[in-house]
Ligand binder design. Structure first.
Ligand SMILES: CC(=O)SCCNC(=O)CCNC(=O)[C@H](O)C(C)(C)COP(=O)(O)OP(=O)(O)OC[C@H]1O[C@@H](n2cnc3c(N)ncnc32)[C@H](O)[C@@H]1OP(=O)(O)O
Ligand SMILES: N[C@@H](CCO)C(=O)O
Length: 355
């Protein structure tokens, strides 16, 4: 029981950070200005050592209390009565941050297909502008899964001694051809939608449905579907898994847009911590903070081998593994194991943050 907040009432604040400074992107392009939607919950303590910055995955938003409800929130592992919890919607995403449907200040019209290519390094750089805006010199923990883990790793590299812990879940130091291939097939699905190319917020919506259905196969494991979508009677058609994938496609297409999906999937592909830094091993060797890399035994997309690679090459690395039926998406589901792993990590590292 959280005695400080018996009625679970610590307010969450949602704001927009407007950055009027240009962001110079890795591609050489420039975003003349941008905005990030972000939330904070809890208070920065006097020692300013309780900042937990949460980074979302491909289709998440700035409300981890919703999509990571088992980990973030009052009476949860990261508790706003102790931690100052920050989460920003990624640049390129469609939950309040600058994205392809935003107005290009140069033309006065939405960017649509002129929105620049972003990399995970660019997304981390935009996040750092928010950190400076908030006046935070020190972050205790950055934590993210999947694309969120990629961005967290990039940020950990540049934050240097300003970061104590990076928790990188179901992620990697460099996008594998397998991941890029999955993303490419999803973009092909979007491209094959006849509305793709039109200047319309709903362009590519049907294609996005297919893209998400393909994506779902990579976010889960064959065993997930044997468990949850097996037929109980003999059938020749209309299988459960078919309606499940169609439903998941529609669900995503109703809350996301294809242009943002395109942009963020390209960012995921771009991920290479070692680019222009002498390769991934050399770049990982320069990360100064403690790194907890968590793999998932059934992850078919970001394999546990890639997660372990991170911990083996950073100077202060720990590797832990989640065992799950759910494949890659287990990082959004297996709360008990996550809490245990996190608790042990902080205890083993005799860490000041109270958990
Ligand atoms: C503003 C926003 O909403 S932001 C949301 C933020 N989202 C994220 O950050 C994404 C991260 N979250 C996720 O990826 C997912 O929510 C997960 C991994 C945590 C869980 O996935 P879910 O889709 O909820 O679970 P699951 O795969 O079991 O599917 C359940 C849904 O499929 C439906 N379903 C299950 N089987 C079938 C079937 N055979 N046919 C049709 N529908 C089916 C269920 O009725 C349920 O529907 P509901 O979501 O409307 O309740
Ligand atoms: N299920 C995740 C994708 C994989 O990380 C999401 O929708 O963000």
């Amino acid at each position: 029981m959280n005695l400080q907040s018996p009625h679970l009432s610590i307010e969450m604040t949602q704001e927009i950070f407007y950055c009027k400074e240009a962001l110079h992107l890795e591609s050489g392009e420039i975003l003349p200005e941008f905005q990030l939607s972000f939330t904070t919950q809890g208070q920065l303590n006097d020692k300013k050592d309780n900042v937990v910055w949460v980074l979302h995955a491909l289709t998440g938003d700035a409300n981890p209390q919703e999509w990571w409800a088992g980990l973030i929130g009052e009476d949860k592992f990261y508790d706003p009565s102790r931690h100052f919890i920050i989460c920003a919607n990624f640049l390129g995403s469609c939950y309040g941050s600058t994205q392809p449907l935003s107005v290009n200040p140069g033309t006065g019209k939405p960017y649509y297909y002129d929105f620049p290519n972003l990399t995970t390094r660019d997304i981390a750089a935009s996040m750092d502008k928010l950190r400076l805006h908030l006046g935070l010199d020190q972050i205790d923990t950055v934590i993210g899964g999947s694309l969120g883990g990629q961005v967290a790793l990039e940020w950990a590299y540049t934050l240097k001694e300003r970061l104590n812990n990076a928790i990188i879940i179901a992620s990697n130091a460099k996008a594998s051809p397998w991941i890029i291939g999955f993303n490419e097939t999803q973009r092909m699905a979007i491209e094959s939608d006849q509305t793709w190319g039109s200047m319309d917020a709903k362009a590519g919506k049907k294609g996005l449905e297919t893209a998400r259905a393909i994506g779902m196969l990579s976010y889960r494991h064959p065993q997930t579907f044997i468990q949850h979508q097996s037929e109980t009677e003999e059938k020749r058609d209309n299988f459960k898994i078919s309606s499940y994938l169609r439903y998941q496609g529609m669900k995503l297409a109703n809350r996301f847009n294809a242009l943002s999906y395109w942009t963020l999937s390209k960012a995921m592909d771009s991920h290479d911590l070692g680019r222009a830094r002498g390769g991934t091993a050399a770049a990982l060797a320069k990360i100064q903070c403690k790194v907890l890399s968590i793999g998932i035994d059934t992850d078919l997309l970001f394999t546990f081998v890639e997660s372990r690679f991170i911990s083996l090459h950073v100077p202060k690395g720990t590797y832990r593994e989640i065992s799950s039926l759910y494949g890659h998406d287990a990082f959004l589901i297996e709360y008990e194991q996550l809490q245990y792993i996190l608790q042990s990590f902080y205890l083993e590292n005799n860490h000041s943050i109270r958990t």
